[in-house]
Design a binder for this molecule. Structure first.
Ligand code: DGI
Ligand code: FE
Ligand code: FE
Length: 192
């Protein structure tokens, strides 16, 4: 599947704003892949489809989690915004026919990350945060770090995201905290 075919498949599922975001994530992911040695074709497809389920019916996604995706059952106690990542990976496999497990995992973990992220997963996770359309407080610092050190950029992104959620007294999903701890642990090892 080439870029144009993939974009045409995702477009009907997105608003114009989310489609622009998707193209931004895709181009950013390709750049990060080239910079850090990930596969840019995989980064392109994962970027294009990462928010495929962003506007799916929430009840439909909750039913999917209770049925075929019970590994993700804890999500039901947290923000419904978390559903589109694991459910998206499922729909992309079953509706679009992408079987590449590395691409599917990059979609599956793009909102919370996970312990032991692959290079491709990191590229999508970070690209989603720093694409040119993003205007988060502190995003420029993360963009700068992204040109120098992928893991340091992700740590700063996680600090920003977790602080943001905490300042608003929102729940923080355990996997997000575990992802942060995993990056910090590995960073400390590198510095030894
Ligand atoms: O889908 P996007 O908007 O491009 O970005 P995303 O997939 O990172 O989703 C962001 C949403 O998910 C945003 O509303 C904040 C929420 N979110 C991310 N991590 C956590 C979280 N919400 C909770 N409650 N806990 C988290 O750890
Ligand atoms: Fe998303
Ligand atoms: Fe996104």
């Amino acid at each position: 599947m080439n870029r144009e075919e993939a974009l045409a498949l995702v477009k009907p599922h997105l608003t114009d704003h989310r489609y622009t975001h998707t193209v931004g994530v895709t181009d950013t992911a390709i750049k990060l892949a080239k910079r850090y040695g990930a596969n840019s074709k995989q980064a392109e497809l994962a970027g294009i489809f990462h928010d495929y389920a962003k506007f799916r019916n929430k009840e439909e996604m909750r039913t999917l989690v209770k049925g075929k995706l019970t590994n993700n059952i804890l999500i039901l106690e947290y923000s419904s915004e978390l559903l589109h990542a694991p459910c998206g990976a499922y729909y992309v496999e079953n509706e679009i026919g992408i079987k590449d497990e590395e691409i599917l995992n990059a979609i599956r973990y793009h909102t919370t990350g996970r312990v032991g992220m692959t290079l491709l997963e990191k590229v999508i996770f970070l690209a989603d945060y720093i694409e040119p359309g993003r205007d988060f407080k502190g995003v420029d610092e993360v963009r700068e770090l992204a040109t120098i050190d992928l893991d340091k950029a992700i740590i700063q992104m996680l600090v920003n995201t977790i602080s943001f959620l905490m300042k608003r007294q929102q729940q923080v999903f355990p996997t997000t905290i575990e992802t942060y701890n995993d990056f910090i642990k590995k960073q400390k090892k590198k510095e030894k």
